[in-house]
Design a protein. Structure first.
Length: 182
């Protein structure tokens, strides 16, 4: 699960969104602080002597009408951070559920594939071989042989279908975790 959480670009995007919202909150909190401006200037004129000037300015955000705007912006960024964090938590939970679901499906498909390989295909082949021997010795008819052969082929086809479903489930799991299972 940890690998899937690290590999998903959606989760990384949400983490960057949280960082962006935190930076916006930091900028919004700086609006409570006074702005200080220092400016130096040099002017070179053709007919007039050169001039130097210095300007110092300070902007103090103490106006009662601007405090509500500033605090509202801070509260908005806090709400955005909480919302982004909740979305990230929801996405992590969803990814973990997808991984568990895909893993369970792969295990189930693997067990079914093993049943086909170890039990069903050998039994149907044995039944076909037995029917073939009985037909060759004249104990059963051609339709019985044909039916046992059809059943054997059907079980083999089901095995290949189960194998395909297993590989599909495995690919889905790899997609969910964001990489190979090895």
């Amino acid at each position: 699960c940890a690998r899937a959480l690290d590999a998903r670009p959606e989760i990384r995007g949400m983490q960057f969104e949280i960082q962006m919202n935190q930076a916006e909150q930091s900028a919004a909190r700086r609006e409570y602080l006074p702005d200080l401006m220092v400016r130096g200037m040099y002017k070179q004129m053709v007919d007039i002597p050169n001039q130097w000037s210095l300007m110092v300015g300070i902007n103090i955000p103490a106006a009662p009408w601007s405090i509500g705007k500033t605090s509202g912006r801070v509260e908005e960024t806090e709400a955005n951070i909480r919302s982004s964090e909740q979305s990230l938590t929801d996405m992590r939970n969803m990814v973990q559920a997808q991984v568990r679901e895909a893993w369970t499906k792969v295990q189930s498909q693997w067990q079914q594939l093993q049943r086909y390989e170890q039990v069903m295909v050998p039994q149907s082949e044995q039944a076909y071989q037995s029917s073939l021997t009985s037909y060759q010795s004249g104990q059963t008819g051609f339709l019985s042989l044909l039916d046992s052969y059809r059943m054997y082929q059907m079980v083999r086809m089901e095995y290949y279908m189960a194998f395909g479903e297993y590989e599909s489930s495995r690919a889905s799991l790899e997609q969910t975790i964001g990489g190979d299972l090895q």
